[in-house]
Design a protein around this ligand. Sequence first.
Ligand code: HEM
Length: 522
Amino acid sequence: MQRLTFYVNWCNSLSVSVSMSGCQPLCFCLDAQLDYTNCPPPPGPTPWPLVGNLLQMGNQIHLSLTHLSLQYGDVFKVQLGSLTVVVLSGYTTIKQALVRQGDAFAGRPDLFTFSAVANGTSMTFSEKYGPAWLLHKKLCKNALRSFSQAEPRGSGASCLLEEHVSAEAAELVRVIEELAAKGEKDCDLKGVDPVMPLVTSVANVVCALCFGKRYNYNDKEFLTIVHINNEVLRIFAAGNLADFFPVFRYFPSPSLRKMVQHIRRMNGFMERSIEEHINTFDKNCIRDITDALIALCQDREESEDTSSLSNSQIIHTVLDIFGAGFDTIIAGLQWSLLYLIKFPDIQDRIHQEIDDHIGAARLPGFSDKPKMPFTEAFLYEVFRHASYVPFTIPHCTTRNISLNGYFIPKDTCIFINQYQVNHDRDIWGDPDTFRPDRFLGHSGLLNKELIDKVLIFGMGKRRCLGDEFARLEMFVFLTTLLHGLRIGNVPGQELDLSADFGLTMKPHPYRITHPPPRLSVL
Ligand code: HEM
C-alpha cells in the first residue's frame, strides 16, 4: 500500500465527487444543456468497502490498470480509497478526450499534495482551467521559446540553450572519464554509476535556464537544491495517508511535515533568486527565464493588460519549469544508457551515424538531429519501451461529458494511461521488443505517423510545454556522450529493464564500464 504512489494520491481529494458517485442520475438531471440520460457510467471492478480497488492495484499500478483495460475497455472506473478515478486507454480514445473534447478534459484535480507542493499558485498543478490559465500557459510558452532561442554568449552554438546543453554534456563526459580513472585506482567496484554525473549535468542545464547560474559539482547551494528536489520526489513517490483519506490531512505524518519543510526551503531559495533578478533586471540583457518572465510582466503593464494573472503568479512559473525539466530528462538519459549497454549493436549504429554526420572535428548540435534518423528512432523507442512517465499528470473534467458512450460527471479525476498506448499490440505488433527500426520507413527516414503514437508528453491542452526542448536536450546529451565514449556492461552484471511504478520511473541501479576514449575533440 505504501508503494501506491503519487498518481493514486493525486486523486483522493476528489472525495466529495466520489461520495456523489452513487447519485450520477441526479447529475444528468442537473446538466440542463446536455442530455446524457442514455449514457451509463463507465464499467469497472467492484470496489471493497473503504479501500475501494486500492488493494487490487499492487505495486505496479500502470500494469494493473493496463490489465484492467483489457477487461473493461478504453474507459473504465476504479475506486482508490475514497476517490473515483476514470482511467482512459487506447490512442483513439485518449485523442478524442484530450484533443477533440480538449476543454472538457483539461482541468487538474484539486488535490492536497498538489497544493502543498505548489502553494496553490502553480500553472501546472493548481490553477483552474479557464481564460486566465490559457493566458498563463501561453506566456510561459513564449518565455521558454524566446529565451531558449536567445543569442549564445560566446561559443559557436546556434542559441543560448544549445550552448548550455553542449557545455554540460561535454562536462559530463569529462566527469565520467575522471570517475572511471579514479575507480580503477581506488576501489574494487567495477565500472561507474552514471546517476550522480547525470543528475548534476541536467540540473545545471535547468539552473542555467531558470536562474542564469551554473554551479560547480561540489557547490553547497547546488547540492542542496538537487538534494531537496530528490527528497520531495521521493516522499511524493512513497505516498502518504493524507493523500488517500482526507481525514489524515489534519494529522500530518512526519514524512508529510518533512516534505513541507523541504518545499519551504526550496521556495526560500526561489524567492531570493527572484528578488535578486528583479533588483538587477535589465530589459536589454535577458539572462534567463526568470528575466524573460519579468520582462513579460513589464510589457503587460505597459500595454495595460488587465488579465486576471498577478505578476507574482507569472514570475513563479519559473518553479513549474524548474520542477518539470529536471527529473524527466534525468530518467530519460538513465534509460538511454541502460538500453545502450544492453544492446551494443544499437550503440554501434548510433556511433556510425555520429561518425558519418558529425565526425571527429566538432561536437554534436541541435541541427544534427533531423539528419540522424536512427538516433532519433532510438530515443523514440526508449520513450515507448520504457514508458517511464506511465501516466500524464492527472486531469479532471471541467464539465459533465460523455466519452465512448459513457457519462463522466464534472470534476471527475482522470488518469491517462500512456504506458498502455505505448504497449498496445494493435499499434506496435511486438510491443515488448526493443526495436528502434520500427520507426524507420524504407527510405530510412522517420515514420511521422508512428512517432506521433508514442505517448510520453501527453497531448492536447495540457501537453508538456518542454517537449521540443526535452528532445533536443536528450539528443545532444546522448550524442555528445557517445561522441566521446563507448560504454559497455560490467562483466557479469544482469541488466533488468523493469521498473517500479512512480511519477517518473527510474531503472534499477546499474554501472557502466570504463569507457575508452573515442573521438578526440573533447
Ligand atoms: C523527456 C522529458 C519530459 C517528459 C517525458 C515530460 C512529460 C510531461 C508530461 C507527461 C506532462 C503532463 C501532461 C498532461 O498532464 O497531460 C508534462 C507537463 C509539463 N511539462 Fe513536461 N516533460 C518533459 C520535459 C519537460 C521540460 C524540459 C520542461 C520545461 C523546460 C517541461 C515542462 C512542462 C510543463 C510546464 C508542464 C505542465 C503543462 C500543463 O500543465 O499544461 N517538461 N510533461
